[in-house]
Each structure stands twice: as C-alpha cells, then as structure tokens.
Write a protein that binds this ligand. Structure first.
Ligand code: HEM
Length: 404
C-alpha cells in the first residue's frame, strides 16, 4: 500500500514494502540533507563504495566479543556512577537522567574522553550534543537557519579543542606504544575514534571528517537510546496497572525486560520516517512506480504496526507477542540494508528468536540500564506526575519524576 499524495513523493507504509525499499541500492539517504554542518561525509550520509569502505572499517568495533565486553564490564561502572547521586537522593527525573546516562555511554563508544567524570562535565558535553542534534536536523529549524548553522559550527570547533583533540592525543600515544611494542593490542581503547585513527584500511579521512564522524556517533547513540529508555520505563509502569505479574517479571527477568524494550522501540521508533532519493527509475515491491529524483518516504510508524506482520493487535504493547519467522521484534526502527543501525545489538541486544545464532546473547544497554533503575526501586512520583512535551507531536516526555 502506498500514497502518492505529493508529486514526486512516494510513501511506503507496509512492513514488506519498507523492507524492500530499505534494500534498494539505488535509493540514497535523504533524511539529513540540510544538516551538512554536522553530517557532511558521515557514515549515514555516504553511498555506494564510499559507504561500504567506511562501514567495513567501523564494523571492526561492533563485533560480538567487543559488545560483550561493553555490556559485561565496561558499561556497568558508568551506569552505576551516573545513577549513584540519584539513588542517594531517593529520586530522579528520568528525562535528564536518561540523557546523562546515554550520553556518557555514547561518549565512551565514540571515544570522547570525560577526564573529570563529573555531572558538570556530562552536562557541558550534553550542551554540545544538543547543538549537534539541532545542526543535524536543521531542515526542521523554524528560526534563522544561517545563524543556527554558524552557532553549531562554532560549537563544533570548541568541542574539537576541548574534548576531541585531547582524546586524539591519548589515542595516538597508545597507538605509538603498541607500534613500539610497549603496549599490548588489548590495551587500546575500544572506540570509534581509535578505529578511525588507526585506519587499518587506509581510507582518506581528513581531520574534519574524523571530527564530524565522532560527533555523529555521539548523537546517533545518545538521544535514541535515552528516549527508548524513558519510554520503556513508562511502559513497565503501565504494566503495574494492566498486568502486575508482567510488571513484576520485568523487574527481575532481563530477557523479558528486553522484550518490553523491543515492543517500545517498535511502537515508538526514534525517527518516525526514513527518507531516500531515487537515483534511477524503479518499481518497488508494492507496485509503486518511482521516477529518478523522487523522494521515497518509509513510514516506520505505519510499517511497524502493519497487521500482516504483527497481527490484528499490532497497535498494542504486548511483550508476549508471537512473531512470524523473520519478523523483527523491534520492527524496522533500526533500519535495514546498507544503513542498518550499527549500534542495534549494543542498544537492544540480540534477537533471541533468531535461529542459528549460537553466540552468547546480548541484552543491550537500554534493557540493562532500565533494569538498574527498576532494581533501584524506580516508580512514578505520585506527588509530581510526568508531563509530555506539549510542543512535540511525538510523545516526548518533558519531565518524568520517579522515586527510587
Ligand atoms: C534505541 C537506539 C537506537 C535506534 C532506535 C537507532 C536507530 C537507527 C536507524 C533507524 C538507523 C538507520 C537510518 C537510516 O537508514 O536512514 C541507524 C543508523 C545508525 N546508527 Fe543507530 N539507533 C540506535 C542506537 C545506536 C547506537 C547506540 C549507536 C552507536 C553505538 C548507533 C549508531 C548508528 C550508526 C553509526 C548508524 C549509521 C549506519 C550506516 O549508515 O551504515 N545507533 N540507527
């Protein structure tokens, strides 16, 4: 099924149609066209051979053994350190806490060091991140775009000097120590920046590309995981009323909590649409005829609720949902095809339903972080109800106070 309501725009709303569109090699990324100040030449904006080469280089970091190490030993101290002051205070505001937490985890994966490891430093880094997000989504900016672009460019330069250059210096020193035989390979940081600096495939990566790619990893990892985390906790608090046995199970059974995360991400994808430009004429799986230069909009919100994939109650939050073979529990919220999210397993773990995956399973950092909150006794603060952001049509929480 598709709507061609705007000339030159083809919208795909079915699960199978969306899968097909994601796989078309002649459809090129279109979501960040106005966001060049942050997004020029970053992975998600590359196409064809250039994309393949960069992805191959960066895939090195996202192997299962490294992800195990992140989940099992590198992330837990960061989660504990970020939660500690809130647990001591007996309360937290989930929106701000989720951003601190996911920002710190994303910084670690990207290779942006936080030498002070204080809440102030996290907030400072976060203020940069918010500007980078504004830069990436400049297409939606309602004010003076040139002024915003200049502000983002200035923030990039300041971030470079303050955070990135010192992080680069530390990694260059570590790489030199490995080359000199003074440091074991295993002693190298496991992060995107190290992979880029090491550049084992000899790609031509100018310093400004390394800067933007590192910033892109910060924003790709932090905001998406933070919103999924708050929305999952909201779903679990909802179970307290609708299904107390499931609510109890979510607090103690990490695999079940992971299913709650998947259902949440399916029903509320971080980005409601993916967009592509057609590089040549084509006919899509549902019979849609696309001309060269048309825009193809993949409506994830609709595809993820397609009854032909998720059944007659596709709109319901149901962590017990039985899925037909090959249907992803998180819908298409992590994309598919060449730009499929590189951090999917890190964020949401492995799909336990996938046959043949005999590697040690991953739960994902969103389930693990949500579990840490639930085990700290998180429950909505009856004195201060959570509020949705009235300026957003997409169910973003403005504040979500909880007691711990
Ligand atoms: C709940 C969390 C997340 C969601 C919902 C999410 C969603 C997505 C989606 C939809 C895409 C594809 C965009 C497109 O096709 O146009 C994508 C790509 C990407 N994501 Fe994620 N993401 C999440 C977490 C992460 C994390 C934790 C990282 C980093 C560690 C990450 C890094 C990336 C990168 C680098 C790409 C570009 C891949 C490429 O172009 O080859 N994401 N993500």
């Amino acid at each position: 099924m598709s709507d061609v309501t705007v000339p030159g725009v083809v919208t795909i709303t079915t699960y199978e149609g969306a899968r097909d569109a994601f796989r078309q090699k002649q459809l090129r990324q279109a979501l960040y066209d106005a966001g060049d100040v942050v997004m020029a030449d970053v992975l998600v904006n590359l196409h064809g051979d250039e994309h393949r080469a960069r992805r191959r280089l960066e895939n090195r970091l996202f192997r299962r053994d490294t992800q195990q190490r992140y989940e099992g030993s590198l992330f837990p101290p960061i989660v504990a350190e970020t939660l500690a002051p809130h647990v001591a205070a007996g309360r937290a505001e989930l929106v701000s806490l989720s951003h601190q937490l996911m920002m710190n985890l994303a910084a670690f994966t990207a290779g942006v060091d936080r030498p002070e490891r204080t809440a102030e430093e996290t907030f400072h880094l976060y203020s940069y991140l918010m500007l980078f997000i504004e830069g990436a989504t400049l297409a939606h900016h309602t004010g003076d775009r040139d002024a915003k672009r200049a502000e983002v460019a200035a923030a990039l330069a300041a971030f470079d000097e303050e955070f990135l250059e010192p992080s680069i210096a530390r990694r260059r020193a570590a790489l030199a120590a490995v080359a000199a035989g003074d440091l074991d390979e295993d002693g190298l940081p496991r992060d995107v920046l190290t992979v880029l600096l090491r550049n084992q495939d000899d790609l031509d990566l100018a310093p400004d590309v390394v800067l933007r790619e590192t910033c892109f990893y910060l924003l790709a990892g932090a905001h998406t995981s933070a919103t999924a985390f708050v929305r999952t906790l909201h779903s679990v608090f909802g179970l307290d009323r609708s299904s107390p046995a499931d609510a109890e199970r979510a607090r103690h059974d990490l695999a079940f909590l992971q299913r709650c995360v998947h259902e949440t991400i399916r029903l509320q994808p971080s980005s409601p649409v993916a967009m592509r430009w057609a590089l040549e004429p084509m006919e899509l799986q549902g019979g849609e005829v696309v001309a060269a230069g048309d825009k193809v909009v993949i409506d994830l919100m609709a595809a993820n609720r397609d009854p032909s994939a998720y059944g007659p109650h596709a709109d319901d939050f149901d962590p017990h949902r039985e899925l037909p073979p090959g249907v992803a529990p998180w819908g298409l919220s992590f994309g598919l095809g060449m730009h499929a999210c590189i951090g999917q397993e890190l964020a949401a773990g492995s799909d336990r339903g996938t046959a043949g995956d005999d590697l040690e399973p991953l739960y994902g950092l969103v389930p693990v972080a949500a579990q840490a909150l639930l085990q700290a006794g998180a429950r909505p603060d009856p004195g201060e109800p959570a509020r949705l952001d009235p300026t957003s049509a997409r169910d973003y929480w403005a504040t979500y106070p909880v007691l711990l």
